[in-house]
Design a protein around this ligand. Structure first.
Ligand SMILES: [Cu+2]
Length: 269
């Protein structure tokens, strides 16, 4: 009897988890706007995949937690010591042990499946991105190269000049990143995305910002003494504001490509 009710519970959890992770678009929008369990709401097209993965995993863990505490509570209350007699000693219970083995594998398989789907979506590269940004993380700040326009901005915190990355909204942005010294990590919390910036390598990914605004960026890899100075700002603006910004950079003699960007590809992609 105990075996049946426990396995029914476990099946219900598995079904609940699957239902939560495959719920439709309107439900998704509702929870993105209502509760976010500590994550910023997604500001890029790709961030939605990360966001859903996060909420799905938390919901699965919470559902399993609730069921486990319930089972423990039931046992604690129902199976208290009542007499001095030892309860019947059972060596093993095959069905329940098979269940204990199979159910975790099912949970892992479901989580693995959704992780792979999200990862493929986020890592997808397109043939013709709208803008290509070369990112150089160096000790200790960032340089952003607008590769098609052949201009760059270098953050110089010592001179009170923070690195600013301006991006047009609703456009597909390709990032190509490298470092001349040690490993850094490009992280914009509002984009729900971070990726290492590695010397001798060109790490590439694409994002499509969908919400105009100003966001903080950080280095997420302890890269040395002044790691804490590696903050930067991302501004997502309209296409016309972006065009004005690039025109301004083209007129600025400090914005010409320099030795820091030597490792990046040049010209159009
Ligand atoms: Cu760094």
């Amino acid at each position: 009897m105990r075996t049946t009710s426990s396995s029914a519970l476990r099946l219900a959890v598995a079904a609940g988890v699957t239902a939560l992770m495959t719920s439709g678009c309107s439900a998704r929008e509702a929870y993105e706007n209502s509760f976010n369990l500590g994550w910023p709401s997604p500001k890029t097209e790709q961030a939605h995949s990360m966001y859903n993965m996060w909420l799905g995993s938390v919901a699965a863990a919470a559902a399993i937690g609730v069921v486990m505490y319930l089972i423990i509570a039931i046992t604690v209350v129902r199976d208290r010591k009542k007499t001095e007699e030892l309860p019947p000693q059972i060596r093993y219970n095959l069905p329940i042990e098979v269940l204990y083995t199979v159910v975790p594998f099912v949970i892992i398989a479901v989580l693995f499946f959704y992780t792979a789907v999200a990862e493929n979506k986020v890592n997808k590269l397109t043939k013709n991105p709208d803008v290509t940004i070369g990112v150089v993380g160096f000790q200790w700040n960032w340089q952003f190269n607008y590769i098609n326009d052949k201009v760059q901005v270098t953050g110089e915190p010592a001179r009170g000049r923070a690195a600013v990355l301006v991006l047009p909204v609703d456009k597909r942005i390709r990032f190509i990143k490298t470092s001349p010294d040690v490993i850094h990590s490009f992280w914009v919390p509002d984009f729900l995305f971070k990726r290492d910036v590695i010397p001798g390598r060109l790490n590439t990914f694409e994002l499509k910002p969908t919400v105009e605004g100003t966001y903080t960026g950080r280095c997420a890899e302890l890269c040395g003494e002044k790691h804490d100075r590696m903050n930067f700002t991302v501004k997502v603006v309209s296409q016309s504001q972006y065009d004005t910004y690039i025109a301004g950079l083209k007129a600025d003699p400090n914005a010409a490509a320099n030795s820091l960007s030597a490792a990046l590809p040049t010209g159009s992609n």
